[in-house]
Write a protein that binds this ligand. Structure first.
Ligand SMILES: CC(C)(COP(=O)(O)OP(=O)(O)OC[C@H]1O[C@@H](n2cnc3c(N)ncnc32)[C@H](O)[C@@H]1OP(=O)(O)O)[C@@H](O)C(=O)NCCC(=O)NCCS
Length: 183
């Protein structure tokens, strides 16, 4: 599909990517490092979330990116519509890279690409739920420091936000994910 050996390209998600992206999330979240293992054969919640976001058209295709290597799709990051009080913001997640390709910078390339695309489109804030040890390297910090209130208080510092150029302190208040997150 693409690329000389060893090269990876990142491009905007396209409709034809659906099955390959689903496989990436199924593999990536089969044994995630920071969650207890799930029952063999069960579908990871991140796969179900991706499917629901896609089916309900809550994904923002121009901020969601697919990574390819010579063998096909190796990673993906999902961006979806969200709000802080009445302001539109962008939620990121899930993000996943095939286990054999992890640790090679693909996750970082996907995240850097979302941040750049959202920044260029004057999105004020990106929000996600994840491991602070990983996401702090991209400038994410606990959302509560910015006055952004998590839907679930127990998420604590794992609920993070990354202000972009268009950010102002008026973007504060209760955060709400797209409807697919509660389906
Ligand atoms: C998280 C993920 C997308 C990162 O992609 P990647 O291509 O492996 O990431 P990169 O190569 O850009 O960065 C690797 C670094 O991230 C760290 N890292 C990866 N996952 C991490 C996590 N969940 N928490 C903390 N650190 C993590 C690695 O230890 C490595 O650290 P180093 O640079 O200090 O050596 C990928 O590992 C993945 O799909 N993991 C399984 C699914 C998952 O946990 N998704 C995120 C949920 S929070």
């Amino acid at each position: 599909m693409c690329c000389e050996d060893g090269l990876v390209i990142v491009r905007e998600q396209q409709a034809d990517d659906y099955e390959a992206i689903r496989r990436v999330y199924a593999e990536a979240f089969r044994q995630p490092r920071f969650r207890p293992p799930q029952n063999p054969g069960s579908v990871a919640p991140e796969v179900a979330l991706f499917e629901a976001l896609w089916e309900m058209s809550d994904i923002i295709p121009q901020f969601s990116f697919t990574a390819f290597s010579a063998g096909g799709v190796v990673g993906h990051v999902t961006a979806s519509q969200a709000t802080v009080a009445t302001d539109p913001v962008v939620a990121v997640g899930p993000i996943g890279v095939l286990p054999d390709h992890q640790g090679a910078g693909i996750g970082s390339a996907l995240m850097d690409t979302v941040l750049a695309a959202a920044d260029a489109a004057d999105v004020p804030l990106i929000v996600l739920l994840g491991a602070p040890q990983y996401y702090s390297r991209f400038g994410f910090r606990p959302a509560k420091e910015l006055g952004v209130i998590a839907p679930e208080p127990e998420w604590g510092d794992a609920f993070q936000a990354r202000p972009l150029t268009a950010y102002t302190e008026s973007v504060a208040g209760r955060f709400q994910y797209a409807p697919a997150f509660s389906s």
